[in-house]
Design a protein around this ligand. Structure first.
Ligand code: ARG
Length: 399
């Protein structure tokens, strides 16, 4: 039985039914929350009496898993409500209903991402604290450039995550207003009180999925960062670099080569960046060109959204374990960072302080590197107080 069987007689062909059905069971708690809000509006308007509102609350508190027989979670919920369910859809449509549920879902997903980011940043900052003064070569073009410290390098990761944090907060803010009251597209004639923080325009309220795209963008850029961090973890844990050892709780072995300790967690985080970017571009392409207001195309927002939430939580949790357990080979790091050529820029800058124009200083030092006569100056401090920067970051992140 569909919500629209009064209009469309007969049974849908099973192929059509299978094609139309939404895989949206994950929305259930959010659709319940949205339905409760709507029931309260109906009650305020005198359309549901006290007993009916109580019955809605009661039933919604113990709804089970959606079955495969319903067209979507909204149809399932109405059926679960039984007799009072026949009243619940007054003044609403699945169009504002699904938009409300997806908004609540995105909001929760952002809050969850924030907590996961805090744990991951916390694990990185612990390592940064320990390695605040540990020398490390800094790279450009993956060629040794100038000396940095491990703490300074790890703080760069934290900066990326801090921007991610603000992007998830932005998506949460975008998702917060309520589309309830928009009905199918043009509101309703019923005297329902507006929900708090109601969206201004009913057509936009049912058609807008920008907040999903904002979330997918935040996730895509987070994964882009995780792919860069993952790549560095892969490099650092090779025998060639030998900068760090993977913890056994976050490393994998080979089914054939007994000696292997593989960085699959870092690689999978790197790989999932591709999928995360695909989710964003996929939904952008779905929304592109859609006429106002609601179109069924929008049902395609579910899979990317659910997938992104799962991957954001999964990747950050696994990477937190990996980073927390990394063992840095400080001797090897110090050895790599003591390459005298890393101080070539310092040598040119020392000449600048003696009044030599920088381009001349650059040429003089380059010539000494080429003929093998380069003498490194005493290392200066160009990074500021890394330990203080770690402390400040810990304060910002509350860890
Ligand atoms: N399952 C649908 C979706 O996810 C719910 C809205 C259906 N609305 C409609 N007019 N057919 O978008």
């Amino acid at each position: 039985m569909t919500l629209w069987s009064g209009r469309v007689a007969g049974e849908l062909a099973p192929e059509v039914w299978d094609f139309l059905r939404a895989d949206d069971a994950e929305l259930l708690p959010y659709d319940i929350a949205g339905t409760l809000l709507h029931a309260e509006r109906l009650h305020a308007a005198g359309i549901l009496d006290d007993a009916e509102l109580a019955e809605v609350r009661d039933t919604l508190a113990r709804v089970g898993e959606p079955d495969a027989g319903a067209e979507d979670v909204h149809s399932f919920l109405e059926a679960e409500l039984g007799e009072v369910g026949r009243k619940i859809h007054a003044g609403r449509s699945r169009n504002d209903q699904v938009a409300a549920a997806v908004r609540l879902y995105v909001h929760d997903a952002c809050v969850e991402a924030d907590a996961a980011l805090v744990s991951f940043a916390g694990a990185i900052l612990e390592q940064a604290e320990e390695g605040a003064a540990t020398p490390l070569p800094g790279y450009t073009h993956l060629q040794r450039g100038q000396p940095v410290t491990l703490g300074h390098h790890l703080l760069a990761w934290v900066e990326m995550l801090e921007r991610d944090r603000s992007r998830f907060a932005f998506a949460a803010k975008q998702a917060a207003p309520s589309p309830l009251g928009a009905g199918a597209l043009a509101g309703s004639t019923l005297p329902l009180p507006p929900p708090p923080n109601q969206l201004r325009n009913s057509l936009d309220a049912v058609a807008d999925r920008d907040f999903v795209l904002d979330y997918l963008y935040a996730a895509a850029l987070l994964f882009t960062h995780l792919s860069r961090i993952g790549e560095e973890l892969v490099l650092w844990t090779t025998r060639e670099f030998g900068f760090a050892l993977l913890p056994e709780g976050a490393a994998t072995g080979s089914s054939m080569m007994p000696q292997k300790l593989n960085p699959d967690v870092a690689e999978l985080a790197r790989g999932k960046a591709g999928t995360a970017i695909g989710r964003l571009t996929g939904l952008l392409a779905v929304v592109k060109g859609l006429p106002l207001a609601y179109d069924r195309d929008l049902q395609e927002d579910k899979a990317p959204l659910f997938g992104a939430r799962k991957d954001v939580a999964g990747a950050l949790a696994a990477l937190s374990v990996l980073v927390a357990g990394l063992e840095f080979d400080t001797e090897r790091l110090a050895d790599a960072a003591s390459d005298p050529l890393l101080l070539a820029t310092d040598a040119a800058e020392a000449l600048v302080l003696e009044g030599v124009p920088f381009r001349d200083a650059h040429e003089q030092v380059a010539a000494s590197v080429r003929d093998g006569s380069f003498e490194p100056p005493a290392a200066g401090n160009r990074l500021g107080d890394v330990a203080a920067a770690v402390t400040a970051a810990k304060e910002r992140w509350g860890c």
